[in-house]
Design a binder for this molecule. Structure first.
Ligand SMILES: O=C(O)c1cccc(C(=O)CC[C@H]2O[C@@H](n3cnc4c(=O)[nH]cnc43)[C@H](O)[C@@H]2O)c1
Length: 215
């Protein structure tokens, strides 16, 4: 039997994930990459798991990831880690001291994406960007897409959980139920209830994938 460690930012996400899932471990880390890394590393240091999953609601890049869809990561990036300069933002990779973080596990990503599709969800794959400041303008969304043309979604925890999984030498995947479009901030337009329902199907699907006999 595989056992997954799921890391969510807030209690409402944990509740949705476990609503119809038996035996699924979900920790609530708080929002942001630092809280997510600390929370996941704390648990992974003492308990054995097969896969670490950063999971919750997220913003979707149009037109690839509409509200109601679910994004499965093929890549993670700390999209606002770097330096500002008169010429614009310099990504940490260009500064020569990028942290070593393993990319999402391709085999698990494909397996999870297939299972979520079979569960009836609209699945998109692509990069899931980790930001410390949620995007709130069309300009910022366009900048991110220019730098990351493969971006499907953004959220605030994935890179942190990926860092903890890398330390623990564990595979990692990020899954985001799309609650809002990445762009001009309009909290009224967020469809959190719809995204939480998607998370319930995600939880149920992951619980079945880690069930005894599944190899
Ligand atoms: O208000 C509620 O009922 C509620 C229920 C569940 C979750 C929330 C959150 O606000 C979760 C914060 C969490 O969501 C991620 N997120 C969602 N959309 C975006 C986005 O456009 N850009 C960045 N992050 C996003 C993020 O991971 C936050 O930690 C509220």
């Amino acid at each position: 039997m595989y056992e997954f460690l799921l890391a969510a930012a807030v209690e409402a996400e944990r509740e949705a994930l476990q609503r119809r899932a038996h035996g699924l471990t979900v920790i609530v880390t708080g929002a942001g990459p630092a809280a997510a890394a600390t929370g996941a590393a704390w648990v992974l240091a003492t308990e054995p798991y097969e896969l670490a999953v950063s999971v919750g609601i997220g913003g979707g890049f149009a037109p690839r990831a509409p509200i109601g869809s679910v994004a499965v990561s093929t890549r993670v990036a700390a999209a606002d880690l770097g330096a500002d300069s008169p010429g614009g933002f310099l990504p940490v990779e260009d500064l020569g001291f990028a942290p070593r973080v393993d990319q999402p596990d391709e085999r698990w990503g494909k397996r999870i994406a297939t299972a979520l599709g079979e569960a009836g969800l609209t699945v998109v794959t692509g990069a899931v960007l980790t930001v410390s400041t949620a995007t709130g303008t069309a300009e910022r969304a366009a900048q991110l897409l220019e730098r990351h043309p493969d971006a499907a979604a953004e959220a605030m925890e994935g890179f942190g959980v990926a860092s903890a999984a890398t330390m623990a030498e564990l595979p990692f995947v990020e899954i985001r139920a799309i609650s809002n479009a990445v762009g001009p901030r309009d909290r009224e337009a967020w469809r959190i209830g719809e995204a939480l329902e998607v998370l319930t199907t995600v939880g149920q699907t992951l619980a079945a994938l880690q069930a005894p006999g599944v190899a």
